[in-house]
Design a protein around this ligand. Structure first.
Ligand code: PLP
Length: 450
C-alpha cells in the first residue's frame, strides 16, 4: 500500500539525511526501515516480517516488547525517571542485589555503566588501580567494545584504524580447536597448549607488569568460541599464581544466553571482575556494569574510586533490569535457553550440517550458536577470507540476502552465521528459522569445492 511505502520512504530519507551510523561508510549503506517488533519478530512498513535470529545485537534475550517489562518501565517513568548516581534509590539497590545474587562467588558489589564498553573500561581501571600494574592481556579473537581501551583490547579487525592507543595491551591466542593456532589434534591438547602459550606470554611480558587478563567467557563476536573444558580454570589458576586480576567479559553471554545466568557457571569459574550489559535489561533501556569481588571492592573502601558516569545506575534502566530479571525468573527463561539449545537448536543445526557441504563446524550452547561456513570441509578454507569486504565478501553477502529473503534476519560475521534468537524463542519459531537456514545454505553450498 502506498501510504505505508511513503512512510517507509520518509523514515529512510530522514535517516539518510541525519543519522550517522556505527561501523559504516555512510553512503554505502541502506538501512531497513522497521515499523515495529514483538517477541522474536520485527517487521517493515510493507508488512514483511523477519524472525530475528540476531536478537538485535544479541541482547533481546526475552524478545521485543515483553509486556511486563514495558509496564515496569512505564510505571517507573511515571514515578521517577532519574536521580543522580550518588543517592540510594530503591530500584537501583534492588537491581544491584538481583545481579549480585546471580553472579558467581563473591562478586557482590555492582558498578553500573550505560553499556558494555564502559563496563570493560572500568574493569580495566579497577584492575590497574588494584594491582598498581599497567598491562592488560586479551585474546586476538575477541571483541570488548568500541571506546578507547575496549577497542584496543578487542583483538578482531575492528581494532584496525583505532590502534593508535594500544598502550599497555598485549594480545595472545586463545584456544580454538577447529582452527587451532597450536596445531593440536584434540580439545584437551588445545587447552593445554593454549594455557602454556598464555603462561609464556605472561612470563615474557613480566608478570609484575600485568594488571589483568580479560576474556570473553564464551567468545561472542569472534564466533561463538566455547573454550575447551579446563581452559578457564587454568586461566584462573594462572591469574592467582601471578597476582593478576581475572576479568570475564559476559556482556554478550550473560543473562541466559548460554543457558546459565552467567556462562562462567558452565565451568564453575569465578573471575575477580565480571562485565555485563545487553541482556540485563534485554536492551529495553541501556545498562551495563561490573560485578566486583570483595578483595577489589576493599581496595576502594578507604580511597576514592577515580571513575564515574552521569548515568551510573540510571533509575529507568535499573527498573528495566529488575523487571527483566523478574520475568526471566518467573518464566524460567534461563532453563528454556538451555533446553532450546540441547533439544532443538543443537540437533537441528547438526542436521543442517549433515546436508550442507558449506557447514564446516557447528558449535554453541543454549541460544548461542555458530555455523562456520567453508569452501572445503577438508582444508577448512573459510567461505570468505578474514576481514573480507566488497567482492571478497560476496558469498557471505549472498547467503545473508538469502536468509532475509526466507524471512530470517541473520547475524553474519566473517565466514560465520551466529544463531542468537531470543532465549524465549518458541519451538515452532526455531523450526521456521532452521527451515529458512536450510534454504539459504544452498546459496553458500554453491561456493564450495564439492
Ligand atoms: N564486550 C562484549 C563481549 C561484547 O560482545 C560487546 C558488544 O557486542 C561489548 C563488550 C561492547 O558493548 P557495548 O556495545 O554495549 O559498549
Amino acid at each position: 500500500n502506498t501510504a505505508a511505502a511513503d512512510e517507509a520512504a520518509r523514515v529512510k530519507a530522514a535517516d539518510r539525511a541525519h543519522v550517522f551510523h556505527s561501523w559504516s561508510a555512510q553512503e554505502l549503506i541502506d538501512p531497513l526501515a522497521v515499523a515495529g517488533a514483538e517477541g522474536a519478530y520485527f517487521w517493515d512498513y510493507e508488512g514483511n516480517r523477519y524472525l530475528d535470529f540476531s536478537s538485535a545485537l544479541v541482547y533481546t534475550n526475552i524478545g521485543y516488547q515483553h509486556p511486563k517489562v514495558v509496564a515496569a518501565i512505564q510505571e517507573q517513568a511515571g514515578r521517577l525517571c532519574t536521580l543522580a548516581p550518588g543517592f540510594a534509590v530503591d530500584v537501583r539497590s534492588e537491581a544491584a542485589r538481583l545481579i549480585a545474587e546471580r553472579t558467581p562467588g563473591d562478586l557482590d558489589k555492582v558498578f553500573f555503566t550505560n553499556g558494555g564498553a564502559e563496563a570493560v573500561e572500568n574493569a580495566v581501571r579497577m584492575a590497574r588501580l588494584h594491582t598498581g600494574r599497567p598491562k592488560v592481556l586479551s585474546a586476538y579473537r575477541s571483541y570488548h567494545g568500541a571506546t578507547s581501551t575496549a577497542i584496543n583490547l578487542t583483538g578482531d579487525a575492528r581494532r584496525f584504524g583505532n590502534d593508535s592507543a594500544t598502550a599497555g595491551v598485549v594480545h595472545f591466542w586463545g584456544p580454538f580447536a577447529y582452527r587451532s593456532p597450536f596445531y593440536s589434534a584434540t580439545p584437551a591438547e588445545e587447552c593445554e597448549r593454549a594455557l602454556r602459550h598464555l603462561e609464556d606470554t605472561v612470563v615474557f611480558e613480566g608478570p609484575g607488569s600485568i594488571a589483568a587478563i580479560v576474556l570473553e567467557t564464551v567468545g561472542g563476536a569472534p564466533g561463538v568460541l566455547v573454550h575447551p573444558d579446563g581452559y578457564l580454570a587454568g586461566v584462573r589458576e594462572l591469574c592467582d599464581r601471578y597476582g593478576i586480576v581475572f576479568v570475564l567479559d559476559e556482556v554478550m553471554v550473560g543473562f541466559g544466553r548460554t543457558g546459565r545466568w552467567f556462562a562462567a557457571e558452565h565451568w564453575g569459574v569465578t573471575p575477580d571482575l565480571l562485565c555485563f550489559a545487553k541482556g540485563v535489561t534485554s536492551g529495553y533501556v541501556p545498562l551495563g556494569g561490573v560485578a566486583v569481588s570483595g578483595a577489589i571492592a576493599a581496595s576502594f573502601a578507604r580511597r576514592p574510586y577515580p571513575g564515574g558516569l552521569t548515568y551510573s545506575g540510571h533509575v529507568l534502566a535499573c527498573a528495566a533490569a529488575v523487571a527483566t530479571i523478574g520475568v526471566m525468573e518467573e518464566e524460567g527463561v534461563v532453563e528454556q535457553s538451555a533446553r532450546t539449545g540441547a533439544e532443538l537448536l543443537g540437533p537441528g543445526l547438526r542436521t543442517l550440517a549433515g546436508r550442507h557441504p558449506s557447514v564446516g563446524e557447528v558449535r554453541g550452547l543454549g541460544t548461542f550458536w555458530a555455523l562456520e561456513l567453508v569452501r572445503d570441509r577438508e582444508t577448512r578454507e573459510p567461505l570468505v577470507p578474514y576481514n573480507a569486504s566488497g567482492a571478497d565478501n560476496a558469498p557471505m553477502a549472498e547467503f545473508a540476502a538469502a536468509c532475509r529473503k526466507a524471512g530470517l534476519w541473520p547475524l553474519t560475521a566473517g565466514n560465520r552465521i551466529h544463531i542468537a534468537p531470543p532465549c524465549t524463542i518458541a519451538p515452532q519459531d526455531v523450526a521456521a528459522g532452521l527451515e529458512a537456514l536450510d534454504a539459504a545454505l544452498a546459496v553458500a553450498d554453491a561456493h564450495t569445492a564439492g
